[in-house]
Design a binder for this molecule. Structure first.
Ligand SMILES: [Mg+2]
Length: 131
Protein backbone atom coordinates (compact mmCIF):
# COMPACT_ATOMS: atom_id res chain seq x y z
CA UNK A 1 0.00 0.00 0.00
CA UNK A 2 2.85 2.35 0.85
CA UNK A 3 4.44 1.98 -2.57
CA UNK A 4 1.18 2.43 -4.50
CA UNK A 5 0.44 5.50 -2.36
CA UNK A 6 3.84 6.97 -3.30
CA UNK A 7 3.27 6.11 -6.97
CA UNK A 8 -0.14 7.77 -6.93
CA UNK A 9 1.28 10.78 -5.10
CA UNK A 10 3.97 11.25 -7.77
CA UNK A 11 1.45 10.75 -10.57
CA UNK A 12 -0.98 13.26 -9.05
CA UNK A 13 1.83 15.81 -8.55
CA UNK A 14 2.93 15.43 -12.18
CA UNK A 15 -0.65 15.99 -13.33
CA UNK A 16 -1.23 18.86 -10.90
CA UNK A 17 -4.14 16.92 -9.38
CA UNK A 18 -2.98 17.01 -5.75
CA UNK A 19 -5.06 18.66 -3.04
CA UNK A 20 -3.82 22.24 -2.81
CA UNK A 21 -1.70 23.19 0.18
CA UNK A 22 -1.22 26.78 -1.01
CA UNK A 23 -3.29 28.46 1.70
CA UNK A 24 -6.39 27.88 3.81
CA UNK A 25 -8.85 29.11 1.17
CA UNK A 26 -7.33 27.11 -1.67
CA UNK A 27 -7.01 24.03 0.53
CA UNK A 28 -10.63 24.33 1.63
CA UNK A 29 -11.82 24.59 -1.97
CA UNK A 30 -9.58 21.73 -3.06
CA UNK A 31 -10.63 19.46 -0.17
CA UNK A 32 -14.31 19.99 -0.93
CA UNK A 33 -13.82 19.46 -4.67
CA UNK A 34 -11.83 16.26 -4.12
CA UNK A 35 -14.36 14.96 -1.62
CA UNK A 36 -17.09 15.55 -4.19
CA UNK A 37 -15.03 13.66 -6.79
CA UNK A 38 -14.40 10.81 -4.34
CA UNK A 39 -18.11 10.42 -3.64
CA UNK A 40 -18.74 10.38 -7.41
CA UNK A 41 -16.31 7.47 -7.77
CA UNK A 42 -17.97 5.65 -4.87
CA UNK A 43 -21.32 6.14 -6.62
CA UNK A 44 -19.79 4.63 -9.77
CA UNK A 45 -19.04 1.47 -7.75
CA UNK A 46 -22.73 1.39 -6.79
CA UNK A 47 -23.67 1.77 -10.47
CA UNK A 48 -21.55 -1.26 -11.35
CA UNK A 49 -23.17 -3.25 -8.54
CA UNK A 50 -26.59 -2.27 -9.84
CA UNK A 51 -25.58 -3.26 -13.38
CA UNK A 52 -24.39 -6.63 -12.08
CA UNK A 53 -27.57 -7.32 -10.11
CA UNK A 54 -29.77 -6.28 -13.04
CA UNK A 55 -27.80 -8.55 -15.40
CA UNK A 56 -28.07 -11.45 -12.97
CA UNK A 57 -31.82 -10.89 -12.75
CA UNK A 58 -32.17 -10.71 -16.56
CA UNK A 59 -30.22 -13.94 -17.01
CA UNK A 60 -32.27 -15.69 -14.35
CA UNK A 61 -35.46 -14.53 -16.10
CA UNK A 62 -34.11 -16.10 -19.30
CA UNK A 63 -33.79 -19.42 -17.49
CA UNK A 64 -30.18 -19.40 -16.32
CA UNK A 65 -29.84 -20.92 -12.85
CA UNK A 66 -29.56 -18.25 -10.08
CA UNK A 67 -26.00 -19.04 -8.91
CA UNK A 68 -24.73 -19.31 -12.50
CA UNK A 69 -26.41 -16.02 -13.48
CA UNK A 70 -24.90 -14.31 -10.44
CA UNK A 71 -21.39 -15.58 -11.30
CA UNK A 72 -21.72 -14.58 -14.98
CA UNK A 73 -22.93 -11.08 -14.06
CA UNK A 74 -20.10 -10.76 -11.53
CA UNK A 75 -17.59 -11.62 -14.26
CA UNK A 76 -19.20 -9.09 -16.61
CA UNK A 77 -18.65 -6.12 -14.28
CA UNK A 78 -15.37 -7.19 -12.66
CA UNK A 79 -13.04 -5.15 -14.89
CA UNK A 80 -15.18 -2.00 -14.78
CA UNK A 81 -15.75 -2.15 -11.03
CA UNK A 82 -11.99 -2.59 -10.63
CA UNK A 83 -11.51 0.73 -12.42
CA UNK A 84 -13.94 2.48 -10.09
CA UNK A 85 -12.28 0.96 -7.04
CA UNK A 86 -8.92 2.21 -8.39
CA UNK A 87 -10.38 5.71 -8.95
CA UNK A 88 -11.72 5.73 -5.40
CA UNK A 89 -8.41 4.62 -3.93
CA UNK A 90 -6.62 7.35 -5.91
CA UNK A 91 -8.82 10.00 -4.26
CA UNK A 92 -8.40 8.44 -0.82
CA UNK A 93 -4.63 8.56 -1.33
CA UNK A 94 -4.89 12.29 -2.10
CA UNK A 95 -6.47 12.84 1.31
CA UNK A 96 -3.82 10.67 2.98
CA UNK A 97 -1.10 12.72 1.27
CA UNK A 98 -2.70 16.00 2.31
CA UNK A 99 -2.84 14.89 5.95
CA UNK A 100 0.61 13.25 5.72
CA UNK A 101 -0.81 9.87 6.69
CA UNK A 102 0.82 6.48 6.28
CA UNK A 103 -2.19 4.58 4.93
CA UNK A 104 -0.68 1.16 5.55
CA UNK A 105 -0.03 2.00 9.20
CA UNK A 106 -3.47 3.59 9.57
CA UNK A 107 -5.12 0.43 8.18
CA UNK A 108 -3.10 -1.78 10.54
CA UNK A 109 -3.95 0.46 13.49
CA UNK A 110 -7.63 0.40 12.58
CA UNK A 111 -7.73 -3.39 12.24
CA UNK A 112 -5.99 -3.68 15.59
CA UNK A 113 -8.48 -1.26 17.14
CA UNK A 114 -11.40 -3.31 15.78
CA UNK A 115 -9.78 -6.56 16.86
CA UNK A 116 -9.27 -5.39 20.42
CA UNK A 117 -12.61 -3.61 20.71
CA UNK A 118 -14.55 -4.95 23.65
CA UNK A 119 -18.02 -3.81 22.56
CA UNK A 120 -19.70 -5.81 19.77
CA UNK A 121 -19.78 -3.83 16.53
CA UNK A 122 -22.94 -2.72 14.78
CA UNK A 123 -23.04 -5.77 12.50
CA UNK A 124 -22.78 -8.13 15.48
CA UNK A 125 -25.43 -6.17 17.42
CA UNK A 126 -27.80 -6.33 14.43
CA UNK A 127 -27.31 -10.11 14.18
CA UNK A 128 -28.18 -10.39 17.87
CA UNK A 129 -31.31 -8.26 17.42
CA UNK A 130 -32.50 -10.38 14.47
CA UNK A 131 -32.26 -13.61 16.49
MG1 LIG B 1 -14.57 6.44 -12.28
Amino acid sequence: MRSIHRELEDFQLQKGWEISQADADKSTESLLLNHMLLTTEIAEIAEELRRMLNRAYEMKEKGIEREKAFQLAKEEVAEDIGKEIADSIAYLCKFATFFQRDIEQDIKNKMNEIHTRSKPNLQERMKEEVK
